[in-house]
Design a protein around this ligand. Structure first.
Ligand code: GRF
Length: 203
């Protein structure tokens, strides 16, 4: 068996996807563990969740570091100090520069609450409702230099109901997010993801 994958999570808010990764890591047969959680917001619930799970929780204040790249350099140093093999964005509300993305290329994942390439960016569930789609969903993807444009690892679809509000649709999508993010991390940890251009194949 390969060694346990050390995962760093960047999160700005509620941290329910972080929780799904923390919970997965408590299972003996799961090949990855969250070892550090970093937030750009001091009041992020994600930091409380990490602490409750006994995982290092760090608030790094962007205001302390001036330029975006200076802040990201500190992020990278912190993640490297914890010997992280994969970085998971989980509701991290900062756009990352190409410099950071290049450092972590192929080792940087994100979860987005739509069936990409539909509805990238903010308020994906509202975009889906406004567009009138009947199927929505969630996507785990590797991060490239665009916004929600990187190679797709896993997707899950959910139906849109006529009575849906942004909240009810988001809740239905979230159930799938919590399932596919730990699954994608598991596949990565097992060395089963092969990326060729835009396409990710699972071995
Ligand atoms: C999720 O919907 C995720 O897809 C998006 O931001 C939200 C974060 O939620 N990127 P949480 O903080 O994981 O609860």
């Amino acid at each position: 068996m390969s060694p346990i994958l050390r995962v760093g999570v960047l999160a700005s808010g509620r941290g329910s996807n972080l929780q799904a990764l923390l919970d997965a890591g408590t299972r003996l047969d799961y090949p990855a563990r969250v070892v550090v959680v970093v937030s750009d917001r001091e009041d992020a619930r994600a930091l409380e969740r990490a602490t409750a799970a006994g995982v290092t929780a760090l608030f790094l204040n962007p205001k302390d570091h001036g330029a975006r790249t200076a802040y990201e350099a500190v992020l990278t140093k912190t993640l490297e100090r914890h010997d992280v093999g994969l970085v998971c964005l989980a509701g991290f509300m900062r756009l990352l520069t190409p410099v950071f993305v290049r450092v972590w290329q192929g080792r940087l994942m994100n979860i987005h609450p739509s069936l990409l390439p539909a509805f990238p960016g903010l308020h994906a569930q509202r975009q889906a409702l406004d567009h009138g789609v009947t199927v929505a969903g969630a996507t785990v993807h590797f991060v490239d230099e665009g916004v929600d444009t990187g190679p797709i690892v896993l997707q899950a679809a959910v139906p849109v109901q006529a009575t849906d509000t942004e909240e009810t649709l988001a809740a239905r999508i979230l159930v799938e997010e919590h399932r596919i993010y730990p699954e994608a991390v598991r596949l990565f940890a097992e060395g089963r993801l092969h990326v060729a251009g835009r396409k990710v194949s699972i071995r």
